[in-house]
Design a protein around this ligand. Structure first.
Ligand code: HEC
Length: 169
């Protein structure tokens, strides 16, 4: 039962653990990445229901980086990323259709924005995620929640400035 429920809840499990889901803007103020679909498309990842991280990250992830972070991404140096770098993770449902996984409904847009001073508690990155990519529906209320729901999982990537993505030619 617990297992089934977790499956249904999916990516939202992590979000619900964030507590009250309000549209209030936060002190940390991670802005919505307007126009991110015109940025550089970094890579994609599909997390199926068979993945151990399906409950947290299930879906089709399409990652973008803005112009500020692109040179560093391409060379994997110099790290850390410069202030002003933004990564956006556009997460969609996917369907198996005629033997092919195809993109479906948008689940969330997740963001990491670099400001070494402002977000020093979480590796210099501000984390935020918006339900269905709706700028009026941010889900991370404050840094403490970002640390728990986002940063802990990114911490093992410290050597790469807490990011997973690399440039794939
Ligand atoms: C279960 C571990 C896990 C958790 C929890 C997690 N992430 Fe990630 N995140 C990943 C992985 C793995 C990738 C790489 C995806 C890819 O390469 O396509 C990633 C990639 C990203 C990226 C693209 C930059 C990068 O590191 O490659 C952003 C932005 C991001 N996550 C934001 C968030 C936010 C915001 C939260 C909290 C709401 C969060 N993540 C929570 C594992 C996690």
């Amino acid at each position: 039962m617990r297992h089934t429920l977790a499956r249904i809840v999916g990516f939202t499990a992590i979000l619900l653990s964030l507590g009250s889901l309000t549209a209030q803007s936060t002190d940390e103020g991670v802005p919505f990445p307007n126009g991110f679909r015109n940025w550089f498309l970094v890579n994609s990842m599909i997390v199926t229901k068979d993945s151990p991280i399906a409950d947290q990250l299930g879906g089709m992830h399409i990652i973008y980086v803005n112009a500020k972070g692109l040179p560093t991404l391409k060379k994997s140096s110099p790290l850390p990323y410069p202030d002003g770098t933004v990564f956006a993770d556009d997460v969609h449902e996917f369907l198996l259709k005629d033997g092919a996984y195809v993109e479906a409904r948008k689940k969330v847009v997740a963001v990491m924005v670099k400001d070494a001073k402002k977000y020093s508690a979480t590796g210099g990155w501000g984390f935020q995620v918006w339900t269905a990519g709706d700028p009026s529906k941010p889900l991370v209320p404050d840094t403490a929640h970002a640390a728990k729901a986002c940063f802990t999982c990114h911490t093992p990537q410290k050597a790469q400035d807490y990011t997973f993505s690399t440039y794939i030619p």
